[in-house]
Ligand binder design. Sequence first.
Ligand SMILES: Nc1ncnc2c1ncn2[C@@H]1O[C@H](COP(=O)(O)OP(=O)(O)OP(=O)(O)O)[C@@H](O)[C@H]1O
Length: 626
Amino acid sequence: MTEQTHEFQAEVAKLLDIVAHSLYSEKEIFLRELVSNSSDACDRLRYAALTKPDLIKEDPEFKVILSVDQKAKTLTITDNGIGMTEQEMIENLGTIARSGTSRFSEELTGDSTKDINLIGQFGVGFYSSFMVADKVTVVSRKAGEKAATVWSSNGGGSFEIAEGTREGRGTTITLHMRKEAKEFLEPLRLRNIVKTYADHIALPVILKAEKEGDEDEVLNTASALWTRQKSEISAEQYTEFYHHVGQAYDSPWMTLHSKVEGRIEYTMLLFIPEQPPFDLFSPERKSKLKLYVKRVFITDDCEELIPAYLRFLRGVVDSEDLPLNVSREMLQNNPVLHKIRSGLVKKVIGEIEKKAKKDPESFASFWDNFGAVLKEGIYEDTDNGERILKLAQFRSTKADNRTYLADYVERMKEGQDAIYYITGDDIDALKSSPQLEGFAAKGIEVLLLEDAVDNFWLSRITEYEGKSFKSVTRGTAGLENLADEKDPSKEPETKAESAEMDSLIALFKQALEGKVKDVKESLRLTDSPVCLVADDGDMDIHLEKVLKAHKQFGGAESMRILELNPTHMLIKKLAANAKTNGTSEALEDAALLLLDQAHIVEGDPVSDPVAFSKRMADFMASGISA
Ligand SMILES: Nc1ncnc2c1ncn2[C@@H]1O[C@H](COP(=O)(O)OP(=O)(O)OP(=O)(O)O)[C@@H](O)[C@H]1O
């Protein structure tokens, strides 16, 4: 094979440009990234060798070797991990393989300060080499294969691929250091960087002696961090490990390191991030927790290890009881794993509960980030759902900050026997929903539930501490049993006479036949003329919308009830007119217009915008005398 030139994927070219020209601070992280990749490559081969021991027979000790050539001004990082085939090199070192690539690309602004921040969130991985090197050569040979491939690039728009030779499996990365990065050729500097960023790596990182006859030096502790005593691990070491294992760049919000002994033995070192990962809400709901068996990495894609609603956790679980030759398939329905999972969930929820008590402010920021995910557990986890519900904080019409249900219940008014809520996806729209007016008038607090997931848990959980949940947009809402809060400065509203309202309702029903389920006098409106509500047995308005948006709604659309506010000036006039004159085109138009208005307030599109505009214009014209 002769040398071939390949173009970098567009995102990579942009990234490299920023990496090479703007990323001035913290250049040293390039070594963390490369050693981390080497460690991952060794982990992957160790796993593959469980079923194919021949792969590592000739060279069973995994290691990373750093060597410096002062004359050539190169730093070389060599590992005996799994290696890459030619095709894998083209894919892995020419594209950004991670799932957020398209988002990454969309969010690059061209403004270097902003872009550096963004890169901080995504990580630069291998490409960080170009922060310190103006030429990078990678020679790799996949375990079990003879051929080796050379990849090289100067960080411009392209890279070269050629055939190469390599003794044994693994990957060797040679960095031709830029002049201003020559500090990274000094042993002292390298020693410090490895100690800071790679001490927790479970395999030795060795600095090759420069002079013949001198001893090579192991730079790190080289034992898996989670196997060490808590007292021997510093906060910085935990954070570094979190960066490595979680592919994250923030600090952990919570670190949970615990060894479980007894009939089943396992160690977990878990982290809850401070910042939400960018793919938190991607539909796969995948967890990234790493499963190890007796220090051997097995997988980071194990659905059985943690429930999806804890997918924001990062870290490792290392089991003593699973067989080493466990295949990923065997992990399904595995009783040991099942016990680990249930222990882990209880521990994590327990720790979050403690933190919520001890540091409410910090808990509030956690809830901001992950509450919407954790709430999935309320309906998915029959064992722990109730505990999560107790931890849950919601916005409400009364509390400035989010409120616990327990506090809501404490504030409930005399005679109030339900927990009222309204669901939607925009908090401002929720706050101004007409359906809340009657509740405000009676001083009743309503929870404003803004996450799609709220609709789902509410379809399964019907009460909290004996108080049922009640949607303010469905049924009668029970307002008739609750007294108004009297405002002495306000005259009581006059209502349309009931005979007039009866006539108006009868006319509206006729005009809106087939468009609404019913027309009723409203108890819940004080300011708006009309609103839509769902009938008692029907699906809540917002839930139906959410299901439709997720294409999970197959049934016929439920028809809604149109409620009329008998104290509103317009309704009073229409009612008087209906009683005196009976049906008329103007009243029919009013009915249709008011229905459209009610839909608009719900955020629905107007079903026939042309007819709507025409009616609106006619109506306005008739109201204005020349
Ligand atoms: N030393 C290595 N041995 C084998 N494969 C490697 C090595 N270094 C990189 N790779 C491959 O190249 C891919 C891309 O590496 P890169 O560092 O850019 O991203 P990453 O490791 O997937 O993510 P991140 O670095 O952000 O944690 C890796 O996922 C891996 O498949």
